[in-house]
Design a protein around this ligand. Structure first.
Ligand SMILES: [Zn+2]
Length: 164
């Protein structure tokens, strides 16, 4: 972000709360650069879990958990259920929150991991995915797109996630 969304003039760097921020000199606007929340969901199925093969950057052709950005005024669990349906064709109900964390490395997102149980629909790759499939613990794909997805998948199969 370079310009004030209200005044359309260039933002300037100011120190606020001990950090440099971009702010508007005319109005009160500060670009806080807060992280965007995303969900990613483990859907147990056929003795494994559902993964989608990515159709778009980053990591085209790699596999990952279904998920995406939370939309305006959406509850996080609803967002997770919507994203799973859009990407996999499965209607699901969130069964539990697994973890909320961040990737670090200046990737400005908060990732909320859920587990969700299929309640209808059938596996069909959505617009964002080139393929969708179930994988058992012993045949997970080598190329899982995100380190945090790989970690939560390993922890989930190993039963290392506390019940919440
Ligand atoms: Zn302004």
């Amino acid at each position: 972000m370079k310009a004030c969304p209200f005044c359309a003039i260039d933002l300037v760097t100011v120190e606020l709360g001990g950090k440099n921020r971009l702010a508007c000199v005319t109005c009160e606007f500060v670009h806080w650069n807060n992280p965007k929340p995303v969900t990613a969901t483990i859907v147990p199925m056929n003795n494994g879990i559902v993964l989608v093969k990515r159709k778009f950057e980053p990591f085209v052709g790699s596999w990952c958990l279904p998920g995406g950005f939370i939309e305006a005024a959406e509850f996080p669990h609803e967002s997770a259920e919507r994203e799973v349906f859009e990407e996999t064709g499965l209607a699901v109900k969130v069964s539990r929150l697994l973890e909320a964390t961040a990737p670090g490395r200046e990737i400005n997102v908060i990732i909320i991991f859920y587990e969700a149980i299929p309640v209808g629909g059938s596996l069909v790759a959505g617009d964002d995915a080139s393929e969708v499939a179930c994988f058992e613990q012993n045949n997970l794909p080598e190329d899982i797109a995100f380190d945090l997805h790989r970690q939560i998948i390993d922890n989930w199969f190993a039963g290392r996630i506390a019940v919440s």
